[in-house]
Every structure is written in structure tokens, then in C-alpha cells.
Design a protein around this ligand. Structure first.
Ligand code: GLC
Ligand code: CA
Length: 553
């Protein structure tokens, strides 16, 4: 076995870290098969170092049939051969660590792929067998069991139940899947399931992985006692109970699982860390972030917040208070592999933002985007959160100011959400492979094309086109992350009120690091101090509309 490299350092390195999310299939393709791979990512470590991120988070790279972009995992302790090998993973980890960059990986515990050996074994075994008990198999209703066991929709379609054919060829039991039918839900009341995830976590922690992003962390424990089965027509958080007794999501018992994971994390030096993807009521999020649990939980609130000073202010205050109460730190995020890129979102009128699926499926969707405005606001918003206490999660390509590619023909789309759910956006746009060069095969993504089509304009937004260009979004991110390293200070801020202008957010960190954001449409006078960086040209001491500046008092 290889010697694994551990990156030592303070146990709280994550509290104000900048974490960069990589969607492995779309980052860099080294062997030219059109799919991004681990060697490709390794070749970009110098880029990541120059960008100045503290850690990367890799979306799933496990063996998968790609029914849901890799979130259908067939083997939790291996690598998809199209993406690489375990040895290549070790090389990537070592290369990152040598550059001082830590690594988070994605853990998908709610469901596996239907190709997972346990699910295949369950299909071959009899109803009531230990193999079936690792998943949620039930008999159907009706004379011949032909009616699904409960009225439960899935995230990607009208039902969360699929009927199997028994080994003897007869129509058989049904299994539950909150997502695609290729993603059967695990039964977390089963001890073998619990033990296996501990094994997985040790497997990667022993290899030197620093942290974990926990997929749908609020869904694992369901109320299945005494023949009960959850029924639901909507996954909107508003229909979820907020007291820990909902029969499907965010049950109090889920935290017993995370407490057991925490014990494992704390066996390592520095302790491993985790961040929960938990779409729960705001008052419940803190539990996932507790020091006895995962440690952090994504603050998704800014994903839906329109460009409005008052709304940003109250969201920020709420998050800071919540983090303070649990001893965790906040996690800011504007973009990831599931949402429309924020440079596009901020260019939409508020009415479109309020109903993104409707906007996405309308014929004139492109016409509604003010791209220039969207980018200006996205840059300003990111600079704002980078100055806040807490950690920030960035998504590959946002450092280039990329807009959402909207030209993917329906037949080339891959996202199950698009095909199975009329009321949804397709998440393929934000997963279109990175443009590295102005021209050439797949704009430098790889020598053999790209698994999702890239738009023609990608070249002009490539790394090559922005590298060293003053004012480019790439150079702005590089400068901001570099400056930030020297500025990060105690996790506190003081708001400075501008009674005369409600469109300005202005705060100061304990060391005098000052951030001013102009949400309005007229330039505003900046306070006294040394101007460190601004997202737009400051003329005559004035900050333009839709811009952020950092100053040092
Ligand atoms: C999470 C992932 C998403 C995936 C889903 C099911 O929400 O971010 O991409 O489709 O879980 O695993
Ligand atoms: Ca490849």
C-alpha cells in the first residue's frame, strides 16, 4: 500500500476556508474520451494554487451508471474507471497537499446506484431476506400487489416506488427511491448499512481525505415503523415539519448517525470535517453543523436571495447568529452543480428569479437575461461574502464569470430532473466542461471533445482569455483570494449604517478590513481608508452601482 500524505495544521482550518467545487467529469479530460478525469484535475493543481483556494471538493467520482450525474454510486470505495484509478486518486491528493490544498469528497448515503452489489443481491434474494432489508422493499397493495405501497412522489418524477421482477420471473415487491429509480434508498435502520458507511469514511480518511460533503443529509432516517410509509406530493421545505418529527426528512434521530461519524472524524489529526447538504427549515440547520455532528451545513439562503441590500443584510445576520449559537462557522454559496450559475441569475428580472423553472422553459429565456448586469452583481456578491466571517464555497467556472450555457439541445441533456419533472430546470448547463483555452478542441478541456456541448462564446471566457488581463473576473478572484489570506481575522463584523442610502451594505471586521457593496443604481462615496480592491473602477472616490470594494481602515 502507498504511503499516504496527511496535511497537518490547525484543527479549525476549515472555519474560514475557501473551498472550490470540482465536478470531475467536466473539469479537465486528460485522455481525450470527452470525460473529465483525475489526471486532468491533477494537471490543473498549479492553476488551483495560483487561484488561491484552501480546499477543493470533488463531486462523486465513483463507479456509476450516471443515472444522476454520478450521484448514483455503485461502489463507495472505488473510482469510476472512466475517471481514473485509486492510485491516480492518491497522486491527486498528494499533489494537492503538496500545494497546501485540502480535499473534500462527496458522500452519498441516502441511496446507492441500482448497480451496487448490495442492490443486485437484494434483487436476487427473497422478500424479507437480510439482503432486501438494506433497502426499503415493500409489498404492493391490491389483489396482486400491483398498486404502489404509498402515494409518495420522487424528486425526479411522479412516484418514488418501482416494482421489481422476482428471480422466478413474477411481478414482485416495490422499492423506495426519493430520486431516480436507479437510486434505491438505503434502510438506515439496518446496522450493516450504518457500519458500511463508517468503513467508507475510514477508507478515505486513512488515505488522507480532509473532509466530506454529505449529500441530502436530512433524508437518511425515515419513519418506517409498524408498517408506516411516508406519503407526500411535494418536496418543498414548507411542507416539512420543523420539530424533528416529520416522517420523511430532518428527523431528530438522523443526528445519532452523524454523532457516530464525528467520533470517527475525531480519531484523525487534524480531525476530519464535514459539510451537510440539508434542505431544512432555517431553524433546524444548526443541528447538522454542531461540533458533535458534521460541523458545517450549507447556508443555501443566498441562492434564492434577489439583489437587494435589505434582504442580503437580514440573511447574513440570520446566518451569523445561527453559526454563533452552534459554535460552527457559516458557509456561503452562490453556485454549485445543481443551480443556474449566479452570473445568469443576477441578470434576471425578479419575476423570473421567483419562478426559475417557468423562466427556463420559456421560449424567450435568453432575452430576459442582462448578462453584463448579472456579471457585475455576481462579482460584487462574491466579493461581499468573501469578506464575511465563515467559509465560502465556489463552483468551478464562476472564477471566469461564466454565464449558464443555455444552448444544449434536449436530446443531449443528461439530467434526470429535466426528463422526469416538467416543473424543473435542467442542471446540465452549469455542468458544461470548463473552457481553458480560446480555441481548440473543447476549448482546452481535452483533446477529444466534450460530453456536453460547449457554446461558441466559451473561448472568450476561457482561462487563457482572462489570464493576466487586468479587470478580468479571473484576475479579480485571484487578487481577492490572495488579499483575503492576509486579511482573515476574528469571526465578527460590525455593520456601519447608511441612513441616507438603504442600498449600501457596509461592514468592518475587527482588524479594520472594510467591505462596501452598492446594491443601488447610482455611484456612492466610499469611506476613508486604503482601497484594496474593487469589482468596478472607483472614480473620484465613488463606487459604481452593482459593485463591491474592500478597504483597510
Ligand atoms: C443532491 C445533489 C444532486 C443529486 C441529489 C441526489 O441534491 O447535489 O446533484 O441529484 O442529491 O443524490
Ligand atoms: Ca477522460
Amino acid at each position: 500500500m502507498a504511503e499516504f500524505t496527511f496535511l497537518k495544521g490547525p484543527a479549525d482550518w476549515w472555519r474560514q476556508a475557501v473551498v472550490y467545487q470540482i465536478y470531475p467529469r467536466s473539469y479537465a479530460d486528460q485522455n481525450g474520451d470527452g470525460i473529465g478525469d483525475l489526471k486532468g484535475i491533477t494537471s490543473r493543481v498549479p492553476y488551483l494554487k495560483q487561484l488561491g483556494v484552501d480546499a477543493v471538493w470533488l463531486s462523486p467520482f465513483y463507479p456509476s451508471e450516471l443515472a444522476d450525474g454520478g450521484y448514483d454510486v455503485a461502489d463507495y470505495r472505488n473510482i469510476d474507471p472512466r475517471i481514473g484509478t485509486l492510485e491516480e486518486f492518491d497522486v491527486l491528493l498528494e499533489t494537492l497537499h503538496a500545494a497546501g490544498i485540502r480535499i473534500f469528497i462527496d458522500i452519498v448515503p441516502n441511496h446507492s446506484s441500482d448497480q451496487h452489489e448490495w442492490f443486485q443481491a437484494a434483487l436476487k434474494a427473497a422478500p424479507g431476506s437480510p439482503e432486501r432489508d438494506r433497502y426499503i422493499f415493500r409489498d404492493g397493495k391490491g389483489e396482486h400487489g400491483e398498486i404502489r405501497p404509498s402515494e409518495l412522489v420522487s424528486h425526479f418524477g411522479p412516484t418514488a416506488w418501482t416494482r421489481i421482477t422476482e428471480p422466478d420471473g413474477t411481478p414482485g415487491q416495490w422499492y423506495m427511491h426519493l430520486f431516480a429509480k436507479e437510486q434505491p434508498d438505503f434502510n438506515w435502520d439496518n446496522q450493516e448499512v450504518r457500519d458500511d458507511f463508517i468503513k467508507t469514511m475510514r477508507f478515505w480518511s486513512d488515505r488522507g481525505v480532509d473532509g466530506y460533503r454529505i449529500d441530502v443529509a436530512h433524508a437518511l432516517v425515515k419513519d418506517l415503523k409498524n408498517g408506516h410509509l411516508p406519503e407526500r406530493q411535494s418536496y418543498d421545505v414548507s411542507v416539512m415539519k420543523d420539530d424533528g418529527t416529520d416522517d420523511l426528512f430532518d428527523r431528530d434521530e438522523v443526528h445519532e448517525i452523524y454523532a457516530s461519524w464525528r467520533k470517527v472524524y475525531n480519531e484523525y489529526d487534524p480531525p476530519r470535517v464535514a459539510v451537510a447538504e440539508a434542505w431544512v427549515h432555517a431553524n433546524r440547520r444548526a443541528r447538522y453543523a454542531s461540533t458533535e455532528g458534521l460541523g458545517q451545513s450549507f447556508a443555501f439562503d443566498l441562492l434564492g436571495t434577489p439583489w437587494n441590500a435589505k434582504k442580503f443584510h437580514s440573511t447574513i445576520d440570520y446566518q451569523l447568529k445561527a453559526a454563533d449559537e452552534t459554535g460552527s462557522s457559516t458557509t456561503w454559496v452562490f453556485s454549485n452543480h445543481d443551480v443556474i450559475r449566479h452570473a445568469t441569475r443576477f441578470g434576471l428580472p425578479e419575476s423570473a428569479l421567483a419562478n426559475l423553472p417557468k423562466w427556463f422553459r420559456s421560449a424567450d429565456r435568453e432575452k430576459l437575461i442582462d448578462k453584463e448586469l448579472g456579471l457585475a452583481r455576481a462579482r460584487a456578491a462574491t466579493m461581499l461574502v468573501l469578506a464575511l466571517p465563515g467559509s465560502t464555497y465556489l463552483y468551478q467556472g464562476e472564477e471566469l464569470g461564466l454565464q449558464e450555457p443555455l444552448n444544449i439541445p434536449s436530446e443531449q441533456m443528461q439530467d434526470p430532473q429535466w426528463f422526469r419533472n416538467e416543473g424543473s430546470i435542467s442542471r446540465d448547463g452549469c455542468r458544461v466542461p470548463m473552457p481553458w483555452t480560446r480555441t481548440g478542441s473543447s476549448f482546452g478541456f481535452g483533446p477529444g471533445g466534450s460530453h456536453l456541448p460547449q457554446p461558441e462564446w466559451f473561448g472568450e471566457w476561457s482561462v487563457e482569455a482572462q489570464d493576466g488581463v487586468a479587470g478580468s473576473t479571473l484576475e479579480l478572484y485571484r487578487k481577492a483570494l490572495k488579499l483575503r489570506k492576509g486579511l482573515v481575522t476574528a469571526e465578527k463584523l460590525t455593520w456601519v449604517k447608511h441612513w441616507f442610502n438603504p442600498n449600501v451594505l457596509h461592514f468592518v471586521r475587527p482588524n479594520g478590513w472594510t467591505c462596501v457593496t452598492n446594491f443601488g443604481n447610482k455611484p456612492v462615496k466610499l469611506p476613508k481608508g486604503e482601497l484594496l480592491l474593487a469589482t468596478a473602477d472607483v472614480v473620484g472616490g465613488k463606487l459604481p452601482a452593482n459593485a463591491t470594494a474592500w478597504l483597510k481602515a
